[in-house]
Design a protein around this ligand. Structure first.
Ligand SMILES: *[C@@H]1O[C@H](CO)[C@@H](O)[C@H](O)[C@H]1NC(C)=O
Ligand SMILES: *[C@@H]1O[C@H](CO)[C@@H](O)[C@H](O)[C@H]1NC(C)=O
Ligand SMILES: *[C@@H]1O[C@H](CO)[C@@H](O)[C@H](O)[C@H]1NC(C)=O
Ligand SMILES: *[C@@H]1O[C@H](CO)[C@@H](O)[C@H](O)[C@H]1NC(C)=O
Ligand SMILES: *[C@@H]1O[C@H](CO)[C@@H](O)[C@H](O)[C@H]1NC(C)=O
Ligand SMILES: [Ca+2]
Ligand SMILES: [Ca+2]
Length: 641
């Protein structure tokens, strides 16, 4: 394990200095009772004696460097806010000692493994330990450590206080004892039956349990002995009942997403066009207008946050054909199961920003999402990307509590920067890095949300610079497409350089495309940025046999090129997949680039990213050190017994 540490003292000291530096950057230092002590000479026995003389439990020779010992305390290590200066000074003065390095603790979790006791979360709620998506210790055959890392955010004191999340769904059982306290009645409404009481309509099969389950994931009360705990358990949850009528209308959608935008901070939606693999549909006129108003005027101008489930159509569907999920104004969330694989119902597309968790493929009844259920019940079986979106809404509530100044775009930036690959595993699509080094996947987006990482960055976040929009180029001629050969087009752009709307650092990219085909489902479209990042804008949808409509000025969106410099040549590749020969006509490709001009912050991020890479290497080293210390402590203990 420590193979690469054997290089000697120099490396160990570099490592230590680096760790001290990292700790020094943090305001709240934690000091441990552990010291690294370098002796002029002496055996382990001498070191042990010296340790005893100075009030330590014992000393252990480190397997690297020369004369390096780990002095550790008698009792179980404590963390403290004050340095044990005296012990340090006395030790440093001892003539046998060459140097002393106090070991400073970090608020850091081990990757791949966390113990509940480690992070000091003690909840009385009976389902809490079954909520593996909050703290994954390997319950239900899951992968330990693969979770939302909410404990770190909670430990920093962020629990969603002062934030209201609306669940736009089939109603909320607001009398539920685990929800009633956090229910925000004033911000709630029933657009399905036009009254202020979004209580779910009763059916024998409990069909209308969806909203209640989503509400519990966000705002279930903690430590009350009932069900589980919400991601943001001190947030308020509002019910917007709008799914329970025979037909959806533009006006119901628009009313819902624009309901009380100065009170509601986050809107969570786990619905969209039918996931049948052949629908291409999105928000209509009023809803589009309401969304635009929301991001521009909601939350006092900082923008309403719209969280959207990316869809349950599985590999037969493509969420870029869902205009809600693929909108720039929504944060589209996909799901992973408790061992990091994709769920069978997951759709992939280039507009997904990040992922959270949903139920497993395994038959283990506890691999589902534990939450509140209708009529005061609890459930272990909430599922679908439906379950994923509210988890994200909860994490965003923690971030908004940490910094209420965050705009809708800040939150997207934070999502891109702090989501993690963790142990996510997509059997079909590789993880890749874009032109500024951000790691992404076609199905999971930038990875799984990390609440701890997000609130930490949120606290010190400066609002991103103004956003600009540039029509970078457009191909308007008719181009034939045929099975067996693909159409390749390119647009070379200076991204409006020299004009007011120059875009230098990308956020969202849209390719507005008009194309028809003898079989729409067999079309596939890729786009590659000047920095070489390929986005799959449309994958094959085997069930879509449309031969008439095609795509009419459809805005395919990608988030993969986030932060990139868009100047140069963009490439579009259009082709057919599938057995039967097909043909079609592409009539338009317009490239719309959105982002910032002055973005010192992105340069900063690239630098931070580089140092984060370096830092994670250091963390690995430190972790190995920890493990070595643990192992030797254990073996010492077993010897002394
Ligand atoms: C956890 O809470 C229970 C019940 O409130 C209490 O008995 C127990 O001592 C607590 N444990 C810790 C480690 O705080
Ligand atoms: C739900 O709760 C009610 C009482 O609140 C109880 O009678 C019923 O059995 C519960 N149903 C399930 C499926 O647990
Ligand atoms: C939010 O903005 C206000 C006004 O600009 C500022 O005083 C405050 O420090 C900001 N808060 C955070 C957490 O950045
Ligand atoms: C596609 O559009 C072209 C030009 O408008 C038309 O000639 C052709 O018949 C259309 N093809 C299909 C499959 O609709
Ligand atoms: C698009 O990319 C996918 C995945 O790399 C590939 O399978 C497909 O053939 C590409 N399609 C075109 C038209 O280039
Ligand atoms: Ca509870
Ligand atoms: Ca879909």
């Amino acid at each position: 394990m420590l193979g690469f540490c054997r290089a000697g003292t120099a490396l160990a000291l570099i490592l230590l200095n680096a760790l001290v530096l990292i700790a020094a950057a943090d305001e709240e230092l934690i000091f441990s009772d552990h010291f690294l002590v370098q002796l002029h000479e002496g055996t382990t026995e001498d070191a042990h004696q010296l340790a005893l003389e100075h009030g330590f439990g014992s000393a252990r020779k480190l397997p690297f460097g020369e004369g390096l010992f780990h002095f550790y305390p008698r009792e179980i290590p404590k963390t403290r806010r004050k340095r044990s200066l005296q012990q340090h000074r006395r030790l440093a003065k001892d003539h046998r000692v060459k140097s002393v390095f106090p070991q400073e603790g970090f608020g850091r979790q081990k990757r791949g493994y966390r113990e509940i006791s480690n992070i000091d979360v003690n909840m009385s709620d009976p389902l809490f330990t079954k909520q593996w998506y909050l703290i994954n210790t390997g319950q239900a055959d899951g992968t330990p450590g693969l979770d939302l890392n909410v404990a770190e955010a909670w430990n920093m004191g962020f629990t969603g206080k002062g934030v209201t999340i609306a669940i736009m769904d089939d109603g909320i059982d607001y009398l539920h004892p685990d929800l009633a306290f956090n229910y925000n009645a004033e911000a709630s409404f029933d657009f399905s039956s036009n009254d202020p009481y979004p209580y779910p309509r009763y059916t024998d099969d409990w069909f209308n349990s969806h909203g209640t389950r989503c509400a519990g994931e966000v705002s279930a009360v903690s430590n009350n002995n009932i069900c589980g705990v919400g991601v943001a358990y001190n947030s308020k949850v509002a019910g917007i009942r709008m799914l329970d009528q025979p037909f959806m209308t533009d006006i119901i959608e628009a009313s819902s997403i624009s309901h009380m935008p100065q009170v509601i901070d986050i809107y969570s939606a786990s619905w969209g066009p039918t996931d049948d693999g052949k629908t291409v549909d999105g928000p209509r006129e009023l809803t589009l207008q309401a969304m635009a108003d929301g991001v521009n005027k909601g939350r006092g101008g900082k923008g309403s946050i719209y969280v959207w489930a990316s869809g349950d159509g599985g590999s037969y569907d493509d969420c870029n054909c869902d205009g809600y999920a693929s909108s720039m104004w929504t944060i589209s969330i996909n799901s992973a199961i408790n061992d990091g694989r994709t769920a069978l119902y997951d759709e992939s597309c280039s507009s997904t920003l990040a992922s959270t968790f949903s139920n497993g493929r395994k038959r283990n009844p506890e691999a589902g999402v534990a939450t509140t259920d209708l009529y005061g019940n609890c459930t272990l079986r909430h599922s679908g990307t439906s379950a994923a979106a509210p988890e994200a809404a909860g994490v965003f509530a923690l971030a908004l509590e940490a910094n209420p100044n965050l705009t809708w775009r800040d939150l997207q930036h934070l999502t891109v920067l702090t989501s993690k690959r963790n142990k996510l595993h997509d059997e079909v699509h590789q993880w890749r890095r874009n032109g500024v080094g951000l790691e992404f996947n076609h199905l999971f987006g930038y990875g799984v949300l990390d609440a701890g990482g997000m609130v930490k960055l949120a606290r010190e976040w400066k609002t991103v610079p103004e956003r600009f929009h540039c029509v970078a180029g457009s191909v308007q001629e008719i181009h034939k497409i045929q099975s067996g050969s693909k159409l390749v087009l390119s647009v070379t752009t200076d991204v409006c350089q020299g004009k007011d709307n120059f875009v230098r650092y990308l956020e969202h990219v849209q390719a507005v495309i008009t194309v028809n085909a003898s079989r729409r489902g067999d079309l596939n479209i890729n786009m590659t940025s000047p920095m070489g990042t390929k986005s799959i804008l449309l994958s094959r949808r085997p069930r879509d046999d449309d031969a008439k409509v095609g795509f009419d000025k459809w805005p395919f969106m990608t988030t993969h090129t986030w932060g990139e410099d868009p100047r140069g040549a963009w490439l579009l590749e259009v082709g057919f997949q599938g057995e039967a020969p097909q043909s079609g006509v592409l009539k338009e490709w317009t490239l719309m680039l959105h982002g910032t001009q002055s973005a010192p912050y992105i340069d900063q991020v690239v630098r931070d990213y580089q140092s984060k890479l370096a830092m994670s290497k250091k963390e690995e080293l430190e972790e190995e050190l920890d493990e070595a210390v643990e192992r030797s402590l254990k073996s010492l203990l077993s010897k002394s017994n």
